[in-house]
Design a protein around this ligand. Structure first.
Ligand SMILES: [Zn+2]
Length: 220
């Protein structure tokens, strides 16, 4: 049992394991019904123009890139961690009804440039240790998967602490909303600063569940 895994290796692979475990939990919840808590009624995912398997394959490619870049970084820099989370872009927007496991679904090149480099920079600039990196990137992974879970569950502690949440990000995934609510995964500050903040109300949907509705704002 003397085999020791480095924090750098853990920082590379733990967030990926967390990604599939946490989104797997939402797949299980989805299978249990949850009709009272959905942001989109069941069956509406037929509006998504890609299949679930395409999403899974896309995410796996993305994570393969992350692993490759992360390991390259360690080799080049000695002790840096370059693991990652997602930001939304064109391919990501094929999901009008987000899937938890689709949080990382994106074009590999965009993911590589924006997220892998973004993740590596946040690691380098903040000066966090590889061990802290394991927790930070795992938490960021949990948060971004949660933002794509498509549910508004009572007692979700992430909803208590973050106004950036599954309803906020659902707006971003709608056809009318893809120029708004970009900020991911923690705060809404940049949307407010850059004028892309779309307020919304969370309304009860006839037939069960909820709907995030944008508030039309014309005050400049
Ligand atoms: Zn998204």
């Amino acid at each position: 049992m003397a085999f020791a895994v480095s924090d750098e290796l853990l920082g590379t692979f733990v967030p990926i394991a967390v990604y599939w475990l946490y989104s797997g939990l939402y797949i299980v919840l989805d299978g249990l019904g949850m009709d009272d808590y959905r942001l989109h009624p069941k069956g509406e995912e037929s509006k998504n123009i890609v299949s679930k398997w395409t999403v899974v394959r896309g995410v796996l490619v993305q994570q393969a890139f992350q692993i490759a870049v992360s390991l390259l970084l360690f080799t080049a820099l000695g002790d840096e961690s370059g693991t990652v989370r997602k930001q939304p872009h064109a391919l990501h927007h094929t999901l009008v009804v987000p899937y938890a496991f689709g949080a990382l679904y994106n074009h590999p090149l965009e993911g590589l440039i924006l997220d892998t480099i973004g993740g590596a920079l946040s690691f380098l600039i903040s000066g966090m240790t590889p061990r802290i990196g394991i927790f930070f990137f795992s938490f960021a992974t949990i948060k971004t998967v949660d933002d794509h879970c498509g549910l508004w569950l009572p007692g979700n502690i992430l909803h208590v602490f973050f106004s950036n949440n599954s309803a906020y990000h659902d707006i971003h995934h709608q056809l009318y909303g893809n120029k708004y609510n970009f900020s991911q995964p923690f705060f809404v500050m940049w949307d407010k600063i850059l004028g892309t903040y779309m307020p919304y109300t969370l309304e009860t949907r006839k037939g069960g569940g909820f709907e995030a509705r944008p508030v039309k704002l014309n005050q400049a």
